[in-house]
Design a protein around this ligand. Structure first.
Ligand code: SAH
Length: 248
């Protein structure tokens, strides 16, 4: 079981697989006022940077579930590197339907809400692991600027304009699902650059090392087109943030 190989190639050198920077995760950890010993569940935990750094900085304990074998391995190595391997556990597997045995203080899905079939379904899934009074974290894109045409939405790699909301509407949508938004930390364009531009050097080096790979043509095409596409569309039109929610 794994995610499509192209992501394991283009994001192999990423510690954070979304437009957040280490500083943004630190800001979020502080904003949540995490207590030592707090339990955190992270569905789609990637290379584990959020759980590992929060274990180091706030003494949380955590479980991450991720379908990428490579990212799950990297998460375990990162936990050892930061000296928190006894506090965080990483499970390689499909997080769809994953509910923790013991209720958690924070239940998160940061940039992988397809796991629950969208934002609403993912909130429902996370709520099943949450203790009363706990916090749900959702990392999700929104439109910084509404794309004037469907072509521009597709330039942002969305299927259509209706894939995402503007920030006020996204915040209101959490209310309609019965949740208070109690905190948020938003990514910025510099963070988008770290996520997207970091793929280019990774792709360039991967191509040099793997010229005959079956994905070489696809990676070459992406490396050629991505900087221009990203600068014209995603960087201008797409926002991203992590939203902290508590049931009303
Ligand atoms: N939250 C992480 C990773 C976000 S990228 C971070 O902030 O860095 C999305 C992640 O979802 C990837 O790591 C991918 O491997 C994982 N993923 C995709 N489908 C999944 C599934 N069905 N179950 C678990 N993880 C999944």
């Amino acid at each position: 079981m794994d995610i499509p190989r192209i992501f394991n190639i283009t994001e192999s050198a990423h510690r954070i697989h979304n437009p957040f920077t280490p500083e943004k995760f630190a800001t979020l950890g502080a904003a949540l006022r995490l207590q030592s010993g707090a339990r955190v569940l992270d569905l789609g935990s990637g290379s584990g940077e959020m759980l590992c750094t929060w274990a180091r900085d706030h003494g949380i304990t955590g479980t991450g579930v991720d379908m990428s074998r490579l990212f799950s391995e990297q998460a375990k190595l990162r936990a050892q590197e930061l000296g928190v391997a006894d506090r965080v556990k990483f499970i390689h597997g499909d997080a769809a339907g994953y509910v923790s045995d013991k209720k958690v203080d924070v239940a998160a899905c940061v940039g992988a809400t397809w796991i629950g079939g969208g934002v609403a379904g993912t909130i429902e899934l996370l709520a099943r692991s949450l203790r009363p009074g706990g916090i749900i974290l959702i990392g999700e894109p929104y439109w910084r600027q509404l794309p004037p045409t469907e072509d521009i939405a597709r330039g942002c790699l969305a299927k259509s304009i209706s894939d995402y909301l503007m920030l006020p509407e996204l915040l209101a949508s959490f209310g309609l699902l019965g949740y208070d938004v109690v905190e948020m930390v938003l990514a910025d364009q510099d963070g988008w650059d770290r996520y997207e531009a970091a793929k280019w050097l990774t792709m360039r080096r991967w191509l040099a090392a793997n010229p005959d790979d079956e994905l070489a043509n696809e990676v070459r095409a992406q490396l050629t087109s991505e900087p221009g596409r990203y600068a014209a569309y995603t960087r201008e039109f797409l926002g991203w943030g992590v939203f902290a929610l508590m049931p009303r």
